[in-house]
Design a protein around this ligand. Structure first.
Ligand SMILES: Nc1ncnc2c1ncn2[C@@H]1O[C@H](COP(=O)(O)OP(=O)(O)OP(=O)(O)O)[C@@H](O)[C@H]1O
Ligand SMILES: Nc1ncnc2c1ncn2[C@@H]1O[C@H](COP(=O)(O)OP(=O)(O)OP(=O)(O)O)[C@@H](O)[C@H]1O
Ligand SMILES: [Mg+2]
Ligand SMILES: [Mg+2]
Lengths: 165, 161, 161, 165
């Protein structure tokens, strides 16, 4: 399975629709402080089903929707999609290409889509269950998190192992 | 179940030991299960950078902790074949020598999986097949530009020197 | 006592506001006392980087948090004239532009106080009047060498790029 | 008042007696990962009276005494001295030069000296009381601490203010 692209609209500082394509191998994302690099990580974790606002540096759903700037009004909703090439049937579904989408409104409602048809969060979480990309996946390390893996107490570290295995 | 956990634990432990020695260019480390019921026991880490005595990991330096954590991350992920890795500035605390060993590991893993690195380090940017620059030309609004290889030097204005 | 605390608080607040704008090259920030008894109330920080909306500080980026913290540190210290500052890799998360503004502040403070910076950043090393290299030629045993100015380039092997 | 020099013997990775002189202006300390840079910060905080082992990345007094290496035996004690030029009588004592010393043995005993005569921890803490160099001083920021100042809860931040004022 390959990650093909990320599409972001209205998520945190991404006021305009933005598309990032991912080739094979190594992709580097660079930019000044506060430009929006870590917001890309938050968007990917969010669309994969992350439920804890705190893990994404927010307190409530509105913190994830573009909140306005000196030149722009705030937006009413955010939508993030992640597309995978599934020709190797890594994900247990028949589609050759799988796109998961998450949409949230300021009212707090969240909608999930699998290849453009509505589904539940549970469906997305089940799809990715055995891939190691679940909630506490070691494959996605947020800024500042790497040292805390070592500083955690042995019993808390066990929790991470259980989730990751 | 106990068997399933123990099987995964010993696989991760073996992988962690070899990755640690590889990343530190020597030394040794291991994972230990605390006393008590296997299904609830915590996981201890013992680490010994090259030439030093075996000590509690609390005494490791900032860069040594980062490197040990990277070895642990790759060890745990090796049990499941993940399609992509996403790392946000994990290379920030590493000195030049450790950074090069980390990048050698990344290049090795990039043959089987996609790797997305958010970084300020010039050396890391040089290893990327594709470079994206995130900017806020319009303050408060993020835009993404794909930078060509020769733009890499232009990207140097983003890097942290 | 209440008066003594309030006097210091308002002094720190004014200093913080000016340092923030100076370090970010614009924008504004402030300190607020939470509701309740002055002698026990917590201290809130509101920060607004240039061109952005006023938001909770939890939404700031890694580099923006570091810069805000540096403004707070210098504001609190300004109430007491300290003889020296000792900073261990506070510049790690800063990009080039923010690093230069931080170093301008450091140079300004260095006229009245001594500043000891532990750093991996080449730009920070260049501002130092004296450079010490810590090595472990004998593994596990630290030694300190004073590096001359022209050795600064040799020191570049220690810096993080 | 000016910081003149630090003398370290047997503290953490400093097995041999090591002297660092501090000029006016900016001094930079550089070196590879794990070489002993942050141990210098710990030594300065320790001699100024830091009582919490955890603040100095240790669990017990022995963690501060050189513990041996592949080529050296462990040592029985550690001694750290910090010398100040006090010509401006910044510190309320008549000495023009003030040297504070802290010594600790593996047995757990600690000894304190002020200009080579024995004193108590309390004497050192009182000497530095109004200088802003006390325990929670904002003037000494350990590695990784800078962001936690921002992430602390408002009530915990107040504690820092009270100590620092
Ligand atoms: N809901 C939102 N609406 C608008 N802007 C937001 C929202 N949430 C966060 N932001 C902005 O995003 C910025 C942070 O972006 P991010 O953390 O991605 O920066 P970064 O590029 O990772 O920087 P660094 O190099 O410092 O880590 C903040 O300045 C914040 O104002
Ligand atoms: N009691 C002790 N005896 C011997 N060595 C010790 C002792 N305590 C700590 N050390 C060693 O000191 C080293 C850490 O040093 P320190 O934290 O100062 O590194 P650093 O130069 O700050 O590195 P970084 O750039 O990664 O932050 C560890 O490798 C540890 O083994
Ligand atoms: Mg970031
Ligand atoms: Mg250090």
């Amino acid at each position: 399975m390959q990650l093909k692209k990320l599409e972001v609209y209205g998520f945190k500082s991404f006021a305009d629709k933005t598309v990032i394509e991912f080739p094979a191998g190594i992709t580097a994302i660079v930019g000044p402080n506060g430009s929006g690099k870590s917001n890309v990580v938050d968007a990917i974790r969010w669309v994969l089903g992350e439920q804890s606002a705190k893990e994404l540096r927010g307190e409530k759903v509105e913190d994830f929707i573009f909140n306005g700037s000196k030149t722009r009004h705030k937006l009413g909703y955010t939508q993030v999609s992640l597309t995978f090439d599934n020709c190797d049937s890594y994900l247990s579904t028949d589609f050759n290409e799988v796109t998961i989408t998450r949409k949230a409104y300021r009212s707090g409602e969240s909608e999930y889509y699998l290849n453009k048809s509505r589904c539940r969060l549970k469906d997305i979480q089940e799809l990715f269950l055995d891939t190691g990309l679940g909630r506490h996946s070691f494959a996605m390390i947020s800024q500042g998190q790497v040292e805390s893996l070592i500083e955690a107490r042995p019993i808390d570290r066990r929790q991470l192992f259980d989730d990751a295995c | 179940s106990r068997e399933k956990f123990l099987e995964a634990f010993y696989e991760i432990k073996a992988e962690f030991e070899s990755l640690f020695t590889n990343l530190f260019g020597g030394g040794q480390a291991t994972l230990l299960l605390e006393e008590g019921d296997i299904l609830e026991a915590g996981i201890e880490i013992k680490a010994q950078p090259p030439g030093k005595k075996l000590q509690s990991i609390a005494l490791l330096s900032g860069g040594e902790k980062t490197l040990t954590a990277i070895a642990l991350v790759f060890a745990v992920i090796s049990v499941k074949k993940v399609p992509f890795y996403l790392f946000d500035e994990v290379d920030a605390a590493l000195d030049e020598a450790n950074l090069l060993r980390f990048l050698a590991l990344i290049k090795d893993k990039a043959e089987a999986s996609q790797i997305i690195l958010i970084t300020h380090r010039r050396r890391s940017m040089e290893e990327a097949h594709l470079l994206y620059g995130v900017t806020m030309e319009e303050k408060g609004v993020s835009k993404i530009l794909a930078l060509r290889l020769e733009d890499k030097n232009a990207a140097a204005t983003y890097e942290s020197n």
